[in-house]
Design a protein around this ligand. Structure first.
Ligand code: ATP
Ligand code: MG
Length: 556
C-alpha cells in the first residue's frame, strides 16, 4: 500500500475522534518534546509521525518543544540537528520553536504558588537520604523532618535557592503529596534542584532548574496542548502530571496518553548508549550510516517516505514489542524499487577484454533508468573493448545452476551484447584477473536469429569510460538481537558491520547527489555519501541489498 493511502487508525486517534464528537475539544493540538541531549533516532520518528501526523490529519497544530531542563547534558548542536531531522522527515511545526526554558519564570511562579498553598517544601535531606526515606514498592516512605516547615520559611529558603545561596545537592524543592502512595512518583517528588550550570538558552540567569515532571505538564498547559502523547514508562507519572495542573492556577487541562515505544532488533535506542558509541569512537559520529539515528539513516540512503511508511506499518499501540530490522529494511527497499533509477556498478572487478571489438573505440549505448517506468527516461552508457565485470560472475567451469559467464559459453551483458568467454588469465594466487571473449554485434537489444539463448545477464562498466569509486557495505551494527540487554553492549558490536571495497561505476554517476538513491543492478540500493563523496572521489553507501539476505541465512 502506498504512503498516501488511508489514514492510520489507532487508539489515540479513536480518543481524539471521541473528544471531537463530544465537544470536549474543538481542535487538536499536539507537541513533540525532545530533550536536546542527542540526535533523534528511529524511535523518535515514531513519535514525530504520530504527533505531526495527527495535527496534519485533523487540521490541528503540532509544536516542536525542546524539553531543556538539564543544562549539563544539552547542547545547541542537538537543537539544530533535531530541527533539521524533523523538517527532513517532512514535517513543520506550528509557530516558533518552543523551549521549556521559555517558561522558567512562570514555572518558578507556579512553584511559589504551591509553596504558598502548603503543597511544596524545601528539603534539607541529602539525595541519599531522600532515597532512603522514599520507601520501596512494598514499604511506604517516611516523612522528612523538614516536611512541615512553615510557608514563610519555605518561601525564604526557596528564594535563597534561587539566589545561589545553597550548594548543589544541599537543598531541593519537593511537592508535598503522599509518602505512602502506591505510585512512587507521588512520594513527595522533587520539583526543583540547584545546578550552577550554563544553559544553552537562558545562559547564567538560573541556578535552580525545574524537574521534568513539573515542567512538562505546565509547558503543555501553557501551549494549549490538548493531547500530550508520550511513551508507556510515563504511565505512573500521569498522576503527578494531573496533580500539578490540578493544584496551580492555570486554564488549560491537557490529558496525557501513553503508547509503547519502538524497539528494533540488532540496535540500541537509548540516547545514553548512542552517545557512548559516538564519544568512544565506536562509530563515526551520530550520522554514521550504521546508527539508528535519523541522520544516520538519511546518510545511509533511507528516504523520508520510507521512514514514514515504516512508522505507519508498525502502528501505535500499548503493547511492548520489538520490531525486526527487516521490517525497516523492506520499507526502504519498496520505496527505492519503485523510485530509484537503475545504474551499473562493479564492486569486485575483473577485466573482460572483447577481442573482436575495435581498440580505442567507445560506443554509446542507451539504457532505461527504470524497467517499469519509461517516464524516468534513458541514459547513455559507454561500451568499450575493455570492461569490468564482477569476479563472481565468471567461472572457468560451472554446473547448470550458474547462469553467468563460463568458459566457452555465452551470457548477455546488461543493456548491451552477447559475449562468449574464450580464455582467461590468473595471478600468482590462481585468481582470475582477465577474461578474453568475443561479442556478437547482432545481439544489441535482441536475441540472435539462429535461436541461441544466453543463460543469464550480467552487469558491467566500461574500463575506458567508467569511474573508480569506493563502496561502503554495511551490516548490522550488533551481533545480537538485543544488545541493550548485554552487560557490556559495546562488546556485542559486529566487527564486520562496515566493509569498504573499491570498484567502478558508469560515468552517469559522476554527479550523483546524496539525496538520490540508485539501484546498482544486481548489487543493491546505494547513494552517494553526503560527507565524503566528491566528484573526483566517489563514495557510495549501500542502503540495503536487493533481497533480505538475513532471512535467507536464518532459513538455511
Ligand atoms: P532516552 O530515554 O534515550 O533519553 P527519551 O525518550 O528521553 O530517550 P526524548 O528526547 O525525551 O528521549 O524523547 C522525545 C519524545 O520522543 C518523547 O515524547 C518520547 O516519548 C519519544 N520517544 C523517544 N524514544 C522513543 C521510542 N523508542 N519510541 C517511540 N517514541 C519515543
Ligand atoms: Mg526524555
Amino acid at each position: 500500500m502506498s504512503e498516501s493511502e488511508a489514514r492510520p487508525t489507532n487508539f489515540i486517534r479513536q480518543i481524539i475522534d471521541k473528544d471531537l464528537a463530544s465537544g470536549a475539544h474543538t481542535t487538536v493540538h499536539t507537541r513533540f518534546p525532545p530533550e536536546p541531549n542527542g540526535y533523534l533516532h528511529i524511535g523518535h520518528a515514531k513519535s514525530i509521525c504520530l504527533n505531526f501526523g495527527i495535527a496534519k490529519d485533523y487540521q490541528g497544530q503540532c509544536n516542536l518543544r525542546f524539553d531543556d531542563t538539564n543544562p549539563e547534558k544539552e547542547d545547541i548542536e542537538f537543537v539544530e540537528s533535531i530541527k533539521d531531522d524533523v523538517n527532513w522527515l517532512g514535517f513543520q511545526w506550528d509557530g516558533q520553536v518552543c523551549y521549556s526554558s521559555d517558561y522558567f519564570d512562570r514555572l518558578h511562579g507556579y512553584a511559589v504558588e504551591l509553596i504558598e498553598k502548603g503543597l511544596a517544601y524545601v528539603e534539607d535531606l541529602s539525595p541519599d537520604e531522600i532515597r532512603e526515606y522514599r520507601g520501596t514498592l512494598t514499604a511506604p516512605g517516611k516523612h522528612s523532618p523538614y516536611r512541615d516547615r512553615s510557608v514563610e520559611e519555605n518561601l525564604e529558603l526557596f528564594a535563597k535557592m534561587k539566589n545561589g545561596e545553597f550548594a548543589e545537592g544541599k537543598v531541593c524543592l519537593r511537592a508535598k503529596i503522599d509518602m505512602a502512595s502506591p505510585f512512587m512518583v507521588m512520594r513527595d517528588p522533587v520539583l526543583y534542584r540547584v545546578r550552577f550550570a550554563h544553559h544553552h538558552q537562558t545562559g547564567d540567569k538560573w541556578c535552580i532548574y525545574p524537574m521534568y515532571d513539573f515542567t512538562h505538564c505546565i509547558s503543555d498547559a501553557i501551549e494549549g496542548i490538548t493531547h500530550s502523547l508520550c511513551t508507556l514508562e510515563f504511565q505512573d507519572n500521569r498522576r503527578l502530571y494531573d496533580w500539578v495542573l490540578d493544584n496551580i492556577t492555570i486554564e488549560c487541562q491537557p490529558r496525557q496518553y501513553e503508547f509503547s515505544r519502538l524497539n528494533l532488533e540488532y540496535t540500541v535506542m537509548s540516547k545514553r548508549k548512542l552517545s557512548q558509541l559516538v564519544s568512544e569512537n565506536l562509530v563515526n559520529g551520530w550520522d554514521d550510516p550504521r546508527m539508528p539515528t535519523i541522520s544516520g539513516l538519511r546518510r545511509r540512503g533511507y528516504t523520508p517516505a520510507a521512514i514514514r511508511e515504516f512508522c505507519k506499518r508498525i502502528g501505535v499501540t500499548k503493547q511492548d514489542n520489538t520490531i525486526e530490522m527487516s521490517s525497516l529494511e523492506s520499507c526502504v527497499r519498496d520505496d527505492l524499487n519503485d523510485n530509484a533509477p537503475r545504474a551499473m556498478a562493479v564492486l569486485d572487478p575483473i577485466k573482460l577484454v572483447i577481442e573482436n571489438f575495435p581498440e580505442g573505440e567507445i560506443e554509446t549505448l542507451k539504457a532505461s533508468n527504470h524497467p517499469n517506468k519509461p517516464e524516468m527516461g534513458e541514459r547513455e552508457v559507454p561500451f568499450s573493448r575493455e570492461i569490468w565485470i564482477e569476479a563472481e560472475d565468471f567461472r572457468e567451469e560451472a554446473n547448470k545452476k550458474y547462469k553467468r559467464l563460463v568458459l566457452g559459453k555465452e551470457v548477455r551483458l546488461r543493456n548491451a551484447y552477447y559475449v562468449k568467454a574464450e580464455r582467461c588469465e590468473k595471478d600468482e594466487n590462481g585468481n582470475v584477473t582477465t577474461v578474453y571473449c568475443t561479442y556478437d554485434p547482432e545481439t544489441l537489444g535482441k536475441d540472435p536469429a539462429d535461436g541461441r539463448k544466453a543463460k543469464g545477464v550480467i552487469h558491467w562498466v566500461s574500463a575506458d569510460a567508467g569511474i573508480d569509486a569506493e563502496f561502503r557495505l554495511y551490516d548490522r551494527l550488533f551481533t545480537v538481537p538485543n544488545p541493550g540487554a548485554a552487560d557490556d553492549f559495546a562488546a556485542t558490536i559486529n566487527p564486520e558491520s562496515l566493509q569498504v571495497v573499491r570498484g567502478y561505476v558508469e560515468p552517469s554517476l559522476k554527479a550523483a547527489s546524496a539525496e538520490q538513491g540508485f539501484q546498482f543492478e544486481r548489487m543493491g540500493y546505494f547513494c552517494a555519501d553526503r560527507k565524503d563523496s566528491k566528484e573526483d572521489a566517489l563514495v557510495f553507501n549501500r542502503t540495503v541489498g536487493l533481497r533480505d539476505t538475513w532471512a535467507k541465512i536464518e532459513a538455511q
